[in-house]
Design a protein around this ligand. Sequence first.
Ligand code: SF4
Length: 364
Amino acid sequence: MRSKAEDSRRLAAFFQGEIARLATRPVRLMEVCGTHTVAIFKAGIRQLLPEAVELVSGPGCPVCVTPNGYLDTAVAYSRRGDVIIATFGDMLRVPGSSSSLAAEQARGADIRIVYSPLDSLAIAAAAPAKKVIFLAVGFETTAPTAAATVLAAEQAGLENFYVLSAHKLVPPALRALLTAGGARVDGFLLPGHVSAIIGEAPYRFLAEEFAVPGVIAGFEPLDVLQAVYLLVKQIAAGEATLANQYRRVVPPDGNPAARAVLDKVYEEADAAWRGIGVIPASGLAVRDAYRRFDAPAALPVEAEETRDHPGCRCGGVLRGEVRPAECPLFGKACTPERPVGSCMVSVEGTCAAWYKYGAGRWQA
Ligand code: SF4
């Protein structure tokens, strides 16, 4: 009897061989999710693919796509003596226009790292004289927990808890990328975690309106290799459909219960994406019924005028138009220790992944 490892090796060899056989012309595939980017680098998937198949990263790292203006607002809140900022650790080092939350923390601002939005409620309960603002950043995966936190705050009668929402929705960003047409994309590896919430239907427009295939993919090396194979196979056959490679985790209709919680607290709103600009209905705003938890509505604050960092090409990287090594600051002025742009901050950021795994020996 063959071992599981042997089965996996055989399958990987099959996918690799078929991809090489089918990729008879240059093909550009975009992995939308930062977790895929890291999985691809870690497993050395790029090295297994023929030269004709290029993998480019897209706007799927939540920290990376959060624009300077949001950071500037968070910094402005942190400078108020009556505010505690609760945030995931990644956001701390993202540079805003002229400061960062890490710099403000060093100057004495009360900024706490949380591992779940729900941790913010304990902070609020323990500090009733302060206003606790949770930085609600992330895609469809994390937004339901942020929504559940607002509902829990209401139930607990907390009057000093707020969210600063920068939640983003993946499908409208893909539509914006395809409509803009800046970077050629022949197929999408679609994010497994986001899809576990939203299901398959929101991606159908890729094939139906743009004739671009998409495959919802898992994060194991074999998952990614199989997803690439399924995309290349469709492209070689001149077909475009939506496939779900990650059925063991992603039901076709996603997670309706999580979406119901989300819909109770949030509604779709136009949102600004770093490097892409404002995309219609691509973000989540707090509904009127929960306005008292919405930081900008309940606690207006004046932020500095937003400026982008000269030289940083994060925008092009997030649109799949620029490789990190093409940025003149990459590995020089901008490193994970001293990031200039958001794409170098998070471990899921494209620039950080290129730096860590030495993609192509940093050749552009
Ligand atoms: S290397 Fe740094 S400065 Fe250049 S695009 Fe990436 S994050 Fe921006």
